[in-house]
Every structure is written in structure tokens, then in C-alpha cells.
Design a binder for this molecule. Sequence first.
Ligand code: SF4
Length: 269
Amino acid sequence: MPKETGVIFDIKHFAVHDGPGIRTTVFFKGCPLSCWWCHNPESKNSNPEKIESTSMILSGTGKKCDKDIIGREVQVSDVMDELLKDVIFYDESGGGVTFSGGESLMQPEFLASLLKECKKNGIHTCIDTSGYASKQILDTVIDNVDLFLYDLKLMMNEEHEKYTGVGNEIIQQNLEYICEKQKQVVVRIPIIPNITDTTGNILQLGEYVSGLNCIIRVDLLPYNQMGEEKYRRLGKQYLLNNISPPSEERMFQIKEKLETFNLKVKIGG
Ligand code: SF4
């Protein structure tokens, strides 16, 4: 059943790190994972929610804070109106639309409707996904996705469960299924010091990814602390207080290590 309404928290025009060319990125609200390093904590909850206003922080006006609402319910037609404004930029740059989040597969009918409309209008489509969804859900969208930006984090299941709240079996099974379907995939690895960035994990990721036939590139995404302030504004606890971003040198070391598996590797998205 097509669904015409969904909840998003942002639409970003002229994005250049969310797939090829110039893109418009739609951020869905709701995510089944709870990654310790997530820099979009406002994406976690599926419903619109209150966040302390930035204007109050900037003006330093004390303890009594205004609240903004993050997230809004929108119609497929509203989103398409926004996406179609940028068609000329997609065409000239080889770009298109990316559905991100949060996890867009958590609103599968809404996502399927949007993908269908994009394809009807000849727009290239990406989804940026954790891969955590049922195969039935994946089947409802897969034919209308041109490129998957697919997150892989930790190869050890217990570690994956500890740091993201879910195991990695479904994620790996879905990635293998996407490859069987001969779709194109860019794997994205968040590089979190001492968590995803351990020698063992990087080697296991290299070995696993190089055994798949649909991976066109691996992107390494260095940890950043950009989300920390948002946790405070949402009244949530940030668990990675004492971690610094990886050095440039370390990022190059990881890139070189993964290249020994004959993978094409890029630092950044
Ligand atoms: S999968 Fe992405 S959006 Fe979801 S919690 Fe992890 S980093 Fe955040």
C-alpha cells in the first residue's frame, strides 16, 4: 500500500557528500540503531520532538530555554515539489536525490512512494542506510534504488550489539542480498578510535567487503564531535566524551590497509 505521509527532519539542497554529483538529501526521522557516535541524535526518535533552541544558547540567556520542534509530517507531493526544484543541478552534475536519516527503511511505504516518483521523473536515487530492515521491506524499494550508501561498522557481532544496540547479522545478510541483485554499493565505515578503528576490525572489514562483487568504493568517515552539543540540547547522554577524531595519518594508514584488499578507498563521504 503506498503511503503518502511520512516524518522527516530536514531537506538539504546542494549536498556533495551524499552520493555522486549535486544532490538533495531528505533526512527521515527514526532509526532502529543507537550508535554511540551518532552525530544526528535528533534522528533517533520517529516522531517530532522538542530540542533546546540554538538562539537561546547563542544569546546565553540563562537557564529557562525555548524549545524548537525537530521533525515534521510531510506529504510525498510536498517533498517532490522540493526535489524537483533542483533537477537542473542533478542533470548537469550527474547527481540526484539521497534518502538518509535516521533510517529511511523505517518508513518503507513512504520511502517506496518517493523512490517511485523520483524514477518517474528520471532522477537518480540513493539511500544512505544502516541496512537494518527485513528482506521484505528491502524488496519493496530495491528496484527503484540506483545506489546504496551502506554503513558497515563492526564485524564482531557482540561489539556491534554493544555499540549500536543491534547485531550485525541482518545487516550483512541484506548487503549480500543487494549484491545478488546486482545493485551498486558504496560501503561507508565510520572510523571511531578504539571502537571501529582496531586492527582486527579493519582487517575483517577488508576481508569481508573484498569478497562481495557489488562494492564500487569504500568511504572512510572520520569520527567528529559535531553531534555532542545536540545531545545536551535533547537532554540525552553523550557516551563518547573522551574520544578525539582520528589523525590524518591514521586515516591514511587505514586507507592503505584496505587498499591491500584491492578495494577502491576514499577518505570522507
Ligand atoms: S545508524 Fe546512523 S542515524 Fe542511526 S544511530 Fe547509527 S549513526 Fe545514527
